[in-house]
Ligand binder design. Structure first.
Ligand code: GLY
Length: 300
């Protein structure tokens, strides 16, 4: 048994210029999460804190700085899972909350598992989470990208669609001293998405999964493909028989590619505190630390 924390900051065709802030942001998120774990904190708190760091960083396609949809709005999706109880919470289509990972956690701690749009925002307000104007989530960079898309919409018809450059879904998996495992995922979804479109990130089993008896996982990449193979649950199940998480991550991405021609990435931590990750996109931002290595490493 050992402490472990791994984050991702999105898998896709991230440009060389964008890789540097993605790497730095992922490492910063891992540092914040690790401080909580190393001081005896709960995996749930570490995951929430790490994901919030990336939601607040305009580099990533989560929280502030997310892609705008065709109507020019940021709409956010997130999920959270507690491997001790199998409690899970998710939100989708949220326009007025910056840190939807916190909202997903509050949903997990309520009698519900999934709330959407205005209902999720009403729940947020009732639970002391500030509502903001959607314009506060729209950065000038993303408004410029949206304006370019209005002129020349992204082509999505290829079977091997690669998520667009710059930005990325974010996620974290952590194992704490009690052996509890938590996982969370947060996203603004695809660039110039159809209003109402929801990908894998808020879907329990596709975008996130955690079970103390095996491990936890968070997905990133092309949401429609990831959803079809229920990728996070597939990855956690692949940890059976104490399989090395690196092998399990590899097998998961291989299955995504072979079965549905999907592109994306997965991060995993198992019940003993070993970690693994894999992606088949040009880049994925990632960072991790375990009690055994004692140092944060990351890249994009
Ligand atoms: N993986 C994030 C999305 O497709 O929305």
């Amino acid at each position: 048994m050992g402490l472990a924390l791994i984050v991702h900051g999105g898998a896709g065709d991230i440009s060389a210029r964008e890789a540097t802030p993605h790497r730095a942001g992922a490492i910063r998120a891992a540092q914040i999460g690790w401080e909580i774990l190393a001081h005896g904190g709960a995996a749930r708190d570490a995951v929430e804190a790490a994901v919030r760091v990336m939601e607040d960083d305009p580099t990533f396609d989560a929280g502030i700085g997310s892609y705008l949809d065709r109507n020019g709005n940021v709409t956010l999706d997130a999920s959270f899972m507690d491997g001790a109880t199998l409690n899970a919470g998710a939100v989708a289509g949220v326009k007025r909350v910056q840190n939807v990972i916190t909202l997903a956690r509050r949903v997990m701690e309520s009698e519900h598992t999934f709330l959407i749009a205005e209902g999720a925002e009403q729940f947020a307000q009732e639970h002391g989470i500030a509502l903001i104007d959607n314009r506060e989530l729209c950065t000038p960079e993303q408004i410029a990208i949206w304006q370019e898309c209005l002129q020349s919409p992204p082509v999505r018809e290829t079977a091997k669609y690669v998520p667009p450059q710059a930005g990325g879904t974010v996620g974290c998996v952590a194992v704490d001293r009690a052996g509890d495992i938590a996982a969370g995922t947060s996203t603004g979804g695809m660039k110039f998405k159809r209003p109402g479109r929801v990908g894998d990130s808020p879907l329990i089993g596709a975008g996130v999964y955690a079970d103390n008896t095996l491990g936890g996982a968070s997905s990133t990449g092309w949401g429609e493909a990831i959803t079809r193979v229920v990728m996070a649950k597939f990855a956690v199940d692949a940890l059976a028989s104490d399989r090395d998480p690196r092998e399990a991550a590899h097998a998961t991405i291989e299955y995504l590619a072979k079965r549905v021609h999907g592109t994306g990435g997965i991060i995993l931590a198992d019940r003993t505190g070993r970690i693994g990750f894999c992606f088949n996109t040009p880049r994925m931002a990632w960072a991790h630390i375990t009690e055994q290595t004692g140092e944060i490493v990351g890249d994009c």
